[in-house]
Write a protein that binds this ligand. Structure first.
Ligand code: G6P
Length: 602
């Protein structure tokens, strides 16, 4: 996720762009930059926080009445001056800021390099100005060149384009990443999100999929690119406060991030490509495999362990990072995949260093480009879920799971466990999973709110699962504990009779995570054992799952995904339940007591 902004009007652009970027910093804060137009393009950019860059380079003193700006959250190429946006073509006449992921940038870059274009960054974005300039040189106009360039790009994008020879014009395009027009008097804006526009105007026009906009100080014109149709759309009046706007209109970042999971998973799957292939080769070379992580990332590691066993017949041990050096050995034949959203968790770094000291190899799966774990790893993989602001991890969990699913499918094919057709079918279901997650979220929002209302006074909650439902239950229990302070315990269905059954009384709430698959029948027997003790059985299950319906008092349905993809949807009602419990108990889910987003002490 990154933030982009653009301005064309009668005032000096740079101070306005800076003001807008300050309000987009929650979308990315590892680098920032600006390009303005006066006679020529003026560009200033660097790695670091926006305010530091402003102090160092004086972004706001750039000249001109047209300009674009960017705050970056790196996905391709580490945070550095070279990789910061805007990116330019060879002639220095086309400047582009971009939010999204270009999947085919390597191919395009090779083609353009063969035609003589010189690239200076490691980003996927840089292909865009080069492509535009390629079409400009062939005599096309600016709009047509942008359109043709976009036609070559696969992936997600929101872009703003500045061209030195057309100083009173700004062009924007949206595909899968958000982009809005803000209309003022005699001035027009482009931005990734509403907060950036609020200091200047409340009249906003959201772009829809595959639309292009051409802005001048006095006008904006929209066009739907595939059909070529002009689109008439009136500005709407935004009534949000600045704080609400930063949270996308939601009361908390936690809720915003829960609801943005379909997008985040889409980005993860779009970005993984060759990197996931390298990771599968890296893991296949090892004789002993470990996935390590803490908290939510550990739960993703456990999901990964089950997936690799089921889909590829590969044995992985999932280990809590803080226990790794105590319980695991290793040598040159051992490999670890360190799973960590922040890449800074001290226990994870220690585990990784421990294995390296024994001669083992390390790969990491993280969300933060250039984080400490990336410097300790021989292979670095990213989930590309965008910055996660809320202390509790939500969207990064499903992104980690999506990545591990992709990995398991590759390994499944390599190992011969999955034939081509099976892999193809599962892969296409995985690529379609964001749509199912969207449905699961929509159907769970009010149901979980009503359920939370009934559970506000509870002191204990138990979650049970079998198979892939077990790590999902663990993650659900963690969410509930972290933000609602209700004691929640997760257990594997088979373990009930070895202790916890003794704690169940009449009315004790229990949530069964009833994922489809071979173990579900056995979980149903567990449900009966618990019901016989008076437990109130709530079940997360696939819609129209009659069997579960018969054994539960209340159902939280999710769309049908089949067993392997189930962690992506089954966790969603549990996250939402935790959120509603927190809000219902008058707590602030964004700031749970005693917890930190990134734990850098052991
Ligand atoms: C902290 C956070 C958790 C997170 C854990 C691991 O405890 O509060 O949300 O799951 O650290 O963080 P990591 O960045 O390594 O995934």
């Amino acid at each position: 996720m990154c933030g982009i902004i653009g301005y064309v009007g009668t005032r000096r652009a740079a101070p306005l762009l800076l003001e807008g970027l300050r309000r987009l910093e929650y979308r990315g804060y590892d680098s920032a930059g600006m390009a303005t137009l006066e006679g020529k393009l003026w560009v200033r950019k660097d790695a670091g926080k926006l305010e530091e860059i402003e102090r160092k380079l004086g972004l706001s003193s750039l000249p001109g009445r047209t300009g674009i700006g960017h705050v970056r959250w790196a996905t391709h190429g580490s945070p550095s001056r070279r990789n910061a946006h805007p990116h330019l073509d060879d002639s220095g006449e086309v400047a582009v800021v971009h939010n999204g992921i270009i999947e085919n940038y390597l191919e395009l870059r090779r083609v353009l390099e063969r035609k003589g274009h010189r690239f200076v960054s490691e980003t996927d974005t840089e292909v865009i100005p080069h492509l535009i300039s390629h079409f400009l040189r062939r005599g096309e106009g600016l709009e047509r060149s942008v359109e043709r360039a976009v036609g070559e790009l696969k992936g997600s994008l929101a872009v703003a384009v500045l061209y030195a020879r057309e100083p009173e014009k700004l062009v924007g395009v949206r595909r899968s990443s958000p982009l809005l027009v803000g209309k003022g008097n005699g001035e027009s804006f482009l931005a990734s999100d509403i907060p950036a526009l609020l200091p200047f105007t409340r009249r906003v026009v959201p772009l829809q999929e595959e639309e292009m906009v051409v802005l001048t100080p006095s006008s904006f014109s929209l066009r739907h690119l595939p059909s070529g149709r002009a689109v008439a759309r009136k500005p709407m009046e935004v009534k949000w406060t600045a704080e609400m706007a930063e949270k996308g209109g939601y009361p908390h970042f936690t809720l915003k991030e829960i609801l943005e999971q379909p997008w985040a998973v889409g980005e993860t799957l779009r970005g993984a490509g060759e990197e996931a292939e390298k990771l599968s080769r890296f893991l296949l070379r090892a004789e002993h495999l470990y996935f390590v992580g803490c908290g939510t990332s550990y739960h993703a590691a456990v999901v990964g362990k089950y997936l690799l066993a089921k889909l590829a017949g590969l044995q992985v041990e999932a280990v809590v990072a803080s226990e790794f050096s105590e319980s695991c050995g290793g040598d040159g034949r051992t490999a670890v995949l360190a799973i960590t959203q922040s890449g800074e968790t001290a226990d994870v770094l220690r585990a990784v260093r421990h294995l390296r000291s024994l001669g083992g190899r390390v790969a990491c799966l993280t969300n933060v480009v250039g984080s400490s774990v990336t410097r300790e790893s021989q292979l670095v993989c990213y989930i590309r879920a965008g910055p996660e602001v809320s202390v509790v991890a939500t969207k990064t969990f499903t992104s980690q799971v999506a990545y591990l699913l992709l990995l398991s499918l590759r390994l499944g094919e390599e190992s011969g466990r999955l034939d081509r057709t099976e892999k193809k079918e599962l892969l296409s279901s995985l690529l379609a999973s964001p749509g199912l997650m969207e449905r699961a979220l929509r159907s769970s929002l009010t149901r979980t709110k009503a359920l939370a209302r009934k559970m506000l006074e509870e002191e204990h909650l138990y979650l049970v699962g079998r198979g892939l439902g077990y790590p999902v239950a663990m993650e659900g229990a963690l969410k509930v504990k972290e933000i609602s302070y209700l004691h929640a315990e997760a257990l594997a269905g088979g373990e009930l009779k070895h202790g916890t059954l003794a704690l169940l009384e009449k009315g004790t709430p229990v949530i069964a995570v009833a994922v489809p698959g071979e173990s579900k029948g056995r979980l149903m027997s567990n449900l009966e054992e618990m019901r016989a003790r008076g437990a109130r059985m709530i079940a997360v299950a696939e819609e129209r799952d009659r069997e579960v319906r018969e054994h539960a008092d209340l159902l939280l349905p999710v769309p049908r995904t089949g067993e392997f993809l189930s962690p992506l949807t089954f966790i969603l009602p549990l996250q939402l339940l935790a959120y509603h419990l927190s809000v219902g108990r008058k707590l602030d889910p964004d700031r749970p007591r005693s917890l930190a987003k990134s734990v850098t002490v052991e």
